[in-house]
Design a protein around this ligand. Structure first.
Ligand SMILES: O=P(O)(O)OC[C@@]1(O)O[C@H](CO)[C@@H](O)[C@@H]1O
Length: 309
């Protein structure tokens, strides 16, 4: 199975409003609720692609129960979430129907006690022997040490399980130094990590800092990958309009799915960018339009060069 870790799970609430304006009161035309947090979205996409997936991280309180009930209804996803005395957070995405823009409000999440953090690390070690790959995704809730991902990467390596890290800020910086197999920053996260706003330089710099492969998601410009095997850029056939929440999680799912199938990098990137674009076309994170995905996969462009041996 593929293991996804979401330490800060969430109940993702999406509101659609006619037109979002600061200082105004709004009527919500549609509300959707989904189990979320980045690794949960990754798991839902992987399961839809036919992979066996186990979800771990923390869950607690009434919101946590809703997240678990909703997850139980997703075929192919096994729930291995660790209980928490605090309450799982909510995130709110507000979609402006007029412009299609999305505004995201993410709660910080519940405080994790040292005993709960230890319980999680034990559960994680028990899951690793059955994992073909692990994805460490999203923000850290209060109480979890800032070097948490670095530690989880080292533990995965001791079990010879490849790791993809998708986070930001200091947890990303420390995680990169622990030498993950893949990181997937967006342009801002990459610039914050390296201090460079030139994506080409920044991806190379992030590799020098410890990541074996760097796949930067550059929004409508697609994906830029720097790996040991070579460098590539993957672009969708045309820019797609819709809800971008979860587009990065679909990239992670595509990369993991293709890497456990041992596909070459250009195929991994093609799958990732097609899934990401197909996710933008659906109104909520963690879901994608399969027909659109298959059609986009035929038309994505991957250009680049293989490194000299
Ligand atoms: O606060 P984090 O952990 O960085 O991000 C959380 C989150 O906004 O990311 C997903 C989209 O990628 C949403 O489903 C989710 O709630």
């Amino acid at each position: 199975m593929i293991l996804t870790v979401t330490l800060n799970t969430a109940l993702d609430i999406t509101y659609r409003v006619r037109s979002l304006r600061p200082h105004a009161s709004h009527r919500v035309s549609e509300v959707t609720e989904r189990p979320g947090g980045k690794g949960v979205n990754v798991a839902r996409v992987l399961a839809a692609l036919g992979h066996e997936v186990t979800v771990t991280g923390f869950t607690g309180g009434a919101t946590g129960r809703v997240v678990q009930e909703r997850l139980a209804a997703v075929p192919g996803v096994v729930d291995a979430l660790v209980p928490l005395s605090g309450t799982t957070r909510r995130t709110i995405a507000v979609v402006d129907e007029r412009t299609g823009d999305t505004t995201q409000l993410n709660e910080p999440g519940p405080t994790v006690t040292p005993a709960e953090w230890s319980a999680f690390q034990e559960a994680y070690e028990d899951l690793l022997p059955s994992a073909s790959a692990v994805a460490l995704c999203g923000s850290l809730p209060p109480g979890v040490p800032v070097g948490a991902y670095a530690g989880l990467i080292r533990t995965a390596r001791s079990f010879s399980v490849p790791v993809l890290l998708d986070t930001s800020g200091e947890p990303l910086r420390r995680g990169v130094a622990a030498r993950p197999d893949i990181i997937k920053p967006n342009a801002d996260e990459l610039a914050e990590l390296t201090g460079s706003h030139d994506p080409l330089r920044a991806t190379q710099d992030a590799r020098r800092r410890g990541a074996s492969a760097v796949v930067a998601s550059l929004g409508p410009a697609g994906l830029l990958a720097a790996t040991r095997e070579g460098r590539w850029q993957a672009t969708p056939p045309a820019s797609v309009r819709g809800n971008p929440t979860g587009a990065g999680d679909a990239v992670v799912a595509g990369l993991l799915s293709a890497s456990v199938e041992h596909l070459p990098w250009p195929d991994r990137l093609a799958r990732a960018i097609a899934l990401s674009a197909a996710t933008v076309l659906t109104p909520v994170a963690g879901e994608f339009d399969r027909e659109a995905y298959e059609e986009l996969l035929e038309r994505v462009t991957v250009s680049g060069e293989v490194s000299a041996a």
